[in-house]
Design a protein around this ligand. Structure first.
Ligand SMILES: [Zn+2]
Length: 394
């Protein structure tokens, strides 16, 4: 069932009211752009400089891949990896996805084969339970996680997990399961990719200004927009609040609405269904955690009712659907607040965040560090081993 965005973000009205009280404050999108602008890499780096940089990085990866495993902790410790989408090369869905979200099934199989030589695969909740009891598994353990509950996790990752006997946890956005819901980065990607100059006049000045603040001048949109430009815009949007982001997208999509259906990309169901979830759960290989009900970022501005709904409500729904205990939580976008953290701690065995690194028994189980893996940085065994070694530059 399609879930309209308006109905899944009930906090937007409160947010809009809050914004109207602070007319003198800068728009969150402008603030985000200003905050991030000094971190942006120089867009005008020369092609030669880029090649040299990549060559040096590649050489460093090779060195780290050889020496890294000898310097890793001997244990007990836990490496938690973050995956998102698993799509074969050439799939149309790849065209509107950020490179940092993707691996192919073949690459996933290679990752598992390489990692099993260095780590013992475990279920994340089993490891946490043992660590809490003071008896963590010896040595280096590995836990695989997938965020958001993509349908391709069932279509393409599940067969690879089964072939490798690799346990995994999938973090579901419970209200979106089985729906045609589009996460906002995909909505932004799709809107900008089909944009043409003839639609410019349908935008109001405020929307033009916000797009410019996000580094997306309208002269660049459409087929000329590069993945790097879209990545930059999405990264900047992540520093804004959900209400501002969805407001901008609503206006962009409204401006696009006269576009004929044949001009628009065909939308398939991208998210996993409950039947697919239950099939994976029945295998015993895949377990499920909560990623909130609506992928709501747990910022300070949320009311206690919304926090309860997102954190505890999602767990109740998930347990009822799969008839299994749900012990794990994953903070959307890594955002949390003191009230959110307290609620997660009261309801779950542990929670994963977006801080990069390995986890160890004495560390906070409600801020489990992970390392994100995607094909643009882990395409070879050397690159993978360098990546999981935790070197940020690699
Ligand atoms: Zn997510």
């Amino acid at each position: 069932m399609d879930i309209p965005v308006q109905s899944v973000y009930p906090q937007r009205r409160n947010q809009a009211a809050h914004e109207s009280h602070s007319q003198t404050q800068r728009n969150p999108i402008d603030v985000a752009a200003a905050t991030l602008s000094h971190d942006e890499p120089r867009a005008e780096s020369s092609a030669r400089g880029h090649v040299i940089k990549q060559t040096v990085k590649s050489a460093l990866r090779g060195v780290v891949a050889v020496i890294g495993p000898h310097r890793w902790r001997r244990g007990p410790c836990l490496l938690v990896l973050t995956y998102h989408r698993v799509l074969p090369k050439g799939y149309p869905a790849r065209e509107t996805e950020q490179p940092g979200m993707l691996v192919s099934p073949a690459l996933l199989a290679m990752h598992f084969e390489v990692l099993k030589r260095h780590f013992t695969p475990v279920h994340l909740d089993d490891w946490l339970r043992a660590a809490k009891a003071g008896d963590p598994p010896p040595g280096r353990s590995l836990a695989i996680t997938f965020d958001d509950g993509w349908r391709d996790n069932y279509d393409h990752a599940f067969p690879v997990l089964q072939a490798a006997g690799m346990p995994a946890t999938i973090f579901l956005v419970t209200d979106m399961v089985g729906s045609h819901y589009q996460f906002w980065p995909n909505r932004l990607f799709q809107a900008l990719k089909v944009w043409e100059p003839r639609y410019d006049e349908r935008l109001d000045d405020e929307t033009r200004r916000q797009l410019a603040a996000l580094g997306v001048p309208l002269t660049c949109v459409g087929t000329d927009l590069t993945c790097e430009q879209i990545d930059t815009a999405i990264a900047r949007c992540k520093a804004t609040d959900d209400a501002s982001m969805h407001g901008l997208l609503d206006r962009l999509e409204a401006a696009l609405s006269p576009v004929g259906a044949s001009d628009r990309p065909e939308l398939d169901r991208d998210l996993v269904s409950w039947a697919e979830v239950r099939t994976m759960a029945a295998s015993g290989l895949v377990r499920f955690g909560s990623h909130t009900r609506r992928h709501t970022r747990l910022l300070d501005s949320l009311s206690p009712q919304v926090l309860d709904d997102e954190i505890k409500g999602s767990r109740r729904l998930l347990e009822a659907k799969i008839n299994q205990p749900v012990e794990l939580f994953c903070y959307p976008n890594g955002d949390t607040s003191d009230p959110a953290y307290r609620r997660v701690k009261a309801a779950y065995q542990g929670a994963t965040c977006t801080r990069r690194g390995w986890h160890a028994p004495r560390m906070d189980p409600y801020m489990i560090r992970r390392i994100g893996v995607h094909e643009d940085v882990t395409g070879t065994p050397s690159a993978l081993l360098a990546r999981v070694s935790g070197w940020r530059a690699l």
